[in-house]
Design a protein around this ligand. Sequence first.
Ligand code: NAD
Length: 527
Amino acid sequence: MRLGRVESFVSTNLGHVAGVSEPYVTLPSVPYLAPPGSATAGSLYIDGRWREARNGRVREILNPADGSVLTIVSEGGRADTEDAIAAARRAFDSGEWRRVSEDERGRLLDRIADLLQRDREEIAVMESLDTGKTIEEGRIDVDDVTDVFRYYAGLAGKDAGRLVSAPEGVHSKVVYEPVGVCGMITPWNYPLLQLSWKMAPALAAGNTMVVKPSEITPVTTAKLVELTTEAGVPAGVVNLVTGSGPDAGAPLSEHPDVDLISFTGGLATGRRIMAAASETVKKIALELGGKNPNIIFPDVDLDTAVDYALAAAFFHSGQVCSAGARLIVHNDIHDAFTTELARRAEAIRVGRGQDQDVRCGPLVSAEHRAKVEAAVARGVEEGARIIAGGRRPDDPDLAQGYFYRPTVFVDCERSMDIVQDEVFGPVVTVERFETERQAIELGNDTDYGLSGGVWTNDTARGERVAAALRHGTIWINDFGPYFPGAEWGGYGRSGIGRELGPAGLDEYREAKHVYRNLAPEPQRWFG
Ligand code: NAD
């Protein structure tokens, strides 16, 4: 993730919303995204063909910046997901895709990466309109996704297995094979990015798949599926069902023909998927939520630490699993730090993600904003004090959208819900500490364990605290970046398994031991 790279936004050739003088962009015209008002839509991609849902149902996808209808997609149900599973099963069992050499699969991934870059601006705009994030964040997503495809293109074919030490007369090797049909269920905050962490390694390893994006933000998922086809991925290998979790998603975790479920989303859904997948003992990978500590020691440059703390907490309006939503600040600098944090939080420009200089776009839906507001109200009830935000923006132009101002809570205690629960919005809490030991205790006082940060100029202390924190990623004097080559995932209730890195490929491979007796002779085992 490349926080902070800024490019100017050019709206030419992307169209304008009728009646709006500002250069608000619209979705490109593509067959799988029907225009607002359409009674039919063909956003299911099954066995190499775009089609409607069997029951003909459709869903309106809203622009979170103003509540208008952005596009219409198919509302797939159980029967459609079963069709998609059957297509993926046939494509896997025919063996054709598995027989494509790993080098060739790597070349396909590279081609997908090229196509992502070709359509970079279009995809960034789609993601911005659909999720509310800024177009610049959309561009960053496309570049990160491109890097993920290139990384797994590079890994494909590089590890064909290994010889194992064996007694004389025996040849022993371990080879890797694809797991089979993979169900991929993704959340609304990073639709394209989260899918790429699953799709790229799954394709590299030779699996087939059924993708079920969030029902709120399916737009760029459909685009990526289209690009896989353009790149030459055969029919049936990648299938897409748009629709709700219970109707289109749940059949994936229940169906005996699905071999693996990879899920990114909330804890409650993760639990349900895990329970359902246990019936058929599927392989399972879960990337769940986080409540990520960001620990600030007093020896740091305050200006820099406040700056990074803001981005950590409020990037994508805090709708980030690894958001630095829980600041833990040393007593000596607490007051100066929080005063500056609040001042800058109040100065953050909230607005449409398509407008220049906006830092925080809308929250993804009215329902989600209501949840964030309820969490803030609960924080106040518990005795935490708001020193910035805590309200919707005053700007009447934003009244129809799902906006919420960056919010800073002080006087927070570790026992409070506002400190323990994932809010998944632009809300940061600040706790105090005195000793390194207290900081570590607070940093580990969570059921989650996705990521955390530590700020200090004392290298040894930074390493000590990083070693003591029980989270899947630790940043020292930074917050947020990751690399395709470094594993990502959670301790505790943040999930099971790892995405990215070599382990992210292993999730999609079975290791098979092949033992060959070079000169079998009768053993007279029966006496
Ligand atoms: P969610 O759990 O509500 O939904 C995620 C996906 O699951 C959606 O596609 C949804 O339709 C589907 N779903 C819902 N019920 C289902 C069921 N019974 N069976 C199968 N599928 C079902 O999550 P969300 O609100 O879309 O996303 C926010 C959550 O995602 C946050 O908790 C966030 O922390 C987490 N997240 C984690 C990571 C990570 O890397 N750990 C990354 C991004 C988001």
